[in-house]
Design a protein around this ligand. Structure first.
Ligand code: BGC
Length: 561
């Protein structure tokens, strides 16, 4: 598949769990053969890049983020040939594929770790981080605070402690060892040769450890990724690296390097602040953080998201903000996990359709590449009683049939039960039903993605400028790219707002409302007056005055589908 320059900036990503998408061989688990059958759905939805959650061999104690063989597809998902066919079929539909890559740690079942622990003389011993005491690197935070007490675990076989930033069954690899670094390059090559268009690199801040530091974002880690980038660029130009670094703005931005490290990074700082802004009905949590996360180098892009397969993380907010988020969005203790909230998007906002549309309006027009999480386009529900993060990882809902059309097995054989909560029951919340209803969330997302696709350049690559105005509940900004300007206006509150917007530089311009393709009154001398209902929002292209007769009417823009 070709990779035009900066292709990722114009993309819309879709995070897809092979386990959860479609069961092609009737064993209760999704697989590559099943996912191939659903590629047309994804193309028709209007996304263009698929991010696959880890699909490698694994004991699944952390849902595949605990890899026991980097060179094998998990047999439940199919064979390497099935994987190859998936890539081919995706590419045939102009869908690119980015794979998760877990570099920081392996499963304790991985033969590397088994060899390492069994024999201090084993060549693999130094592939992991060992210590005779658990007192090294003191003060380094524990990430999975609900399960782990320390980043060290005593291994009775090795008779030493080993270092792990996540679960104690996930020993960290030792990146000070050049053999480990080389092995990871081999893994990257292996999958890129099979056609992967990029990697979402998991847990990037934690590769190296140094005494007296937080063991996060160390210079050595940046140097490793710069090296990886250079090698990828040399051998696989056009493929991308996307960083999962859940850090404060300055620390995440550092992963773009000097356009020589990651092409993309998830905008973790922005995500919780979108939820804070809508709950408080004020724009500044969003405007402040967007300003802090910009500028970034021209060839780099944020990946922006509302939800993903993990808990809605609240690690990088203040204590006060975290308390507020729990209070607003996690009323029951069971909804909380580690420092976060384990709920899907629709239940988080009480299935409020206006809010869901507002959130997607923001996701699709703030600077960055939008990343959707499978099922959220249907307004899928969750099940917070399933343990760990399983409640947001239940089977995709395709139809009102048995198992939501995901699989033909007996329901008790499913890897997780489907959602039957009456408010979100799969019998009505499924692809088949929502395709039939033109008012469904799915159809709405399809339509809005079609609009965004026409403006992919300005939203994906354009500058942002927040416009000052008097109402704290309104979020107003311009996106501009190569002479095109889109004005975005959001009412973040439950009350109607009336706004007077001063737009002197656009005098005589005509706002073209993008969703309805409707021309609004021309901007004149006086401030432009808007009223916005509860959670209402608009995108307008600002069309310059037409010179007397010559040029074609600006709505050469096709009408919305
Ligand atoms: C992934 C999690 C996973 C963790 C450990 C994360 O950042 O998104 O799902 O549990 O890495 O690999």
């Amino acid at each position: 598949m070709d990779h035009p320059p900066l292709w990722y900036k114009d993309a819309v990503f879709y995070e897809l769990s092979i386990k959860g998408f479609y069961d092609g061989n009737h064993d209760g688990y999704g697989d590559f053969v099943g996912a191939i059958q659903k590629l047309d759905y994804l193309r028709d939805l209007g996304v263009d890049t698929l991010w696959l959650l880890p699909f490698y061999q694994s004991p699944w104690r952390d849902d595949g983020y605990d890899i026991s063989d980097y060179y094998q597809v998990h047999p439940t998902y199919g064979s390497l040939e099935d994987f190859d066919r998936f890539i081919q079929e995706a590419h045939r539909r102009d869908l690119r594929v980015v794979a998760d890559l877990v570099m920081n740690h392996v499963s304790q079942d991985h033969p590397w770790f088994q060899e390492a622990r069994a024999d201090p003389q084993s060549p693999k011993r130094n592939w992991f981080v060992w210590s005779d005491t658990d007192q090294k690197y003191r003060g380094v935070r524990v990430i999975f605070v609900d399960t782990e007490r320390s980043n060290w675990t005593w291994d009775p076989v090795a008779k030493q402690y080993f270092w792990h930033r996540f679960y104690s069954h996930q020993p960290d690899l030792n990146y000070d060892n050049p053999e480990v670094r080389e092995e990871m390059f081999r893994v990257v090559q292996f999958w890129m040769k099979r056609g992967i268009d990029g990697f979402r690199c998991d847990a990037v801040p934690y590769l190296f450890e140094r005494e007296g530091t937080s063991c996060e974002n160390l210079p050595e880690t940046h140097a490793f990724f710069k090296d990886l980038r250079a090698r990828v660029e040399a051998e696989f130009p056009g493929r991308i690296l996307l960083a999962e670094a859940n850090q404060w703005p300055a620390d995440v931005k550092a992963y773009f390097g000097n356009e020589d490290e990651f092409h993309m990074a998830f905008n973790f700082p922005l995500m919780p602040r979108i939820f804070i802004a809508i709950a408080r009905e004020v724009h500044h949590p969003i405007t402040d953080i967007v300003m802090q996360t910009l500028p970034i180098p021209a060839t780099c892009a944020w990946g922006i998201f509302l939800r993903n397969h993990d808990e809605l993380t609240l690690e990088m907010v203040t204590n006060e903000e975290r308390d507020f988020m729990y209070h607003e969005y996690a009323k029951l203790p069971v909804m909380r996990l580690n420092l976060g909230i384990r709920r899907r998007l629709a239940p988080l906002v009480d299935d409020d359709r206006r809010l869901l549309e507002l959130l997607h309006g923001l996701l699709f027009s703030l600077p960055g590449v939008p990343v959707l999480y499978y099922g959220d386009e249907l307004g899928m529900g969750d099940n917070v009683f399933l343990g760990d993060r399983n409640g947001v990882r239940t089977p995709m809902q395709w139809s009102p049939d048995r198992n939501a059309g995901f699989s033909r097995v007996d329901p008790e054989m499913l890897y997780l039960p489907v959602i039957t909560n009456p408010n979100f029951h799969y019998e009505s919340r499924n692809v088949e039903a929502e395709v039939r209803l033109s008012s469904s969330l799915l159809r709405w997302i399809q339509r809005i993605l079609a609009v965004r696709r026409r403006y992919a350049r300005v939203f994906g690559r354009g500058e942002i400028e927040f416009l000052p105005h008097a109402n704290p509940s309104a979020l107003i900004f311009l996106r501009r790219y190569e002479g095109q300007t889109v004005l975005c206006v959001f009412n973040l509150s439950r009350r109607s707002v009336a706004l007077e917007l001063s737009l002197p530089q656009f005098k005589e311009y005509t706002p073209l409302e993008l969703r309805g393709n409707t021309r609004f009154p021309r901007i004149g001398e006086l401030p432009y007056f808007f009223t916005l209902g509860e959670h209402e929002w608009f995108w307008f292209e600002l069309l310059p005055p037409e010179p007397a007769s010559t040029s074609p009417p600006p709505s050469s823009v096709p009408p919305s589908p």
